[in-house]
Design a protein around this ligand. Structure first.
Ligand code: G3P
Length: 216
């Protein structure tokens, strides 16, 4: 499973990239707004840090405007993936941009039926939101399982990008379900490292080594 960082914060992206395990970055209008820098500028900086897929989302909601915004975003860097909301106009824009050879990430997906539409429209990535479904009492991970099954049945090329992952358990379950990508806030990436037995074991190794070899 590829791992993306779900943030537009450059410090977090630099810290994550230093591990050498970050394959891309996803942003959305809320994350860009949090940084207070226009999207063109911010994604350009992100592209300089991570050499992988960088999702940049349009804010237009009418197909024609979405397409021209998408074309502009795609021109920023070869790694830009144009993110489009899963609304009717978003699917029109996805079909048009895909035909132009522009890679798209169709976002705000909350049902397998929506995911089917995105695949038919040639989306490069589909972003089903796990945590937000959990928030309303659904089992978000079931959506990942269902989309993976449907895409496999018909050999769709669209990759499943599990989004709105809020915990290490979400990440593991998304990987078990067969998601091609998981996008994680920096906090969740950091949590993946933690295990008390790792800390305890290392402490013991160092203690034993020091006892045997360090000057008394
Ligand atoms: O980028 C979209 C998604 O990952 C947002 O996550 O936690 O705001 O539902 P969240």
């Amino acid at each position: 499973m590829r791992i993306f960082l779900d943030t537009a914060n450059l410090d977090e992206i630099r810290k994550g990239a230093a591990y050498g395990i970050v394959d891309g970055v996803t942003t959305n209008p809320s994350l860009i707004a949090k940084e207070g820098v226009p999207i063109e500028e911010q994604v350009k900086r992100i592209c300089e840090i991570v050499d992988g897929d960088i999702s940049a989302e349009v804010v237009a909601i009418e197909a024609k405007a979405m397409i021209s915004e998408g074309l502009k975003l795609a021109k920023i860097h070869k790694n830009i993936v144009v993110k489009l909301p899963l609304i009717r106009d978003g699917i029109i824009a996805c079909s048009a941009l895909s035909k132009e050879g522009i890679r798209t990430n169709v976002t705000l997906c909350f049902s397998p039926a929506q995911a089917l539409l995105a695949a038919k429209a040639g989306a490069y990535l589909i972003s089903p939101f796990v945590g937000r479904l959990d928030d309303i009492g659904d089992v978000g991970m079931d959506l990942i399982t269902s989309i993976c099954k449907i895409y496999k049945n018909y050999s769709f090329k669209t990759q499943v990008l599990a989004a709105s992952l809020r915990s290490p358990l979400h990440v593991v379950q998304a990987a078990e379900a067969g998601a091609h990508v998981g996008t994680l806030p920096y906090k969740v990436l950091d949590m993946l490292f933690n295990h008390p037995l790792t800390d305890k074991g290392l402490e013991q190794f160092l203690k034993d080594h020091a006892k045997a070899f360090e000057a008394k």
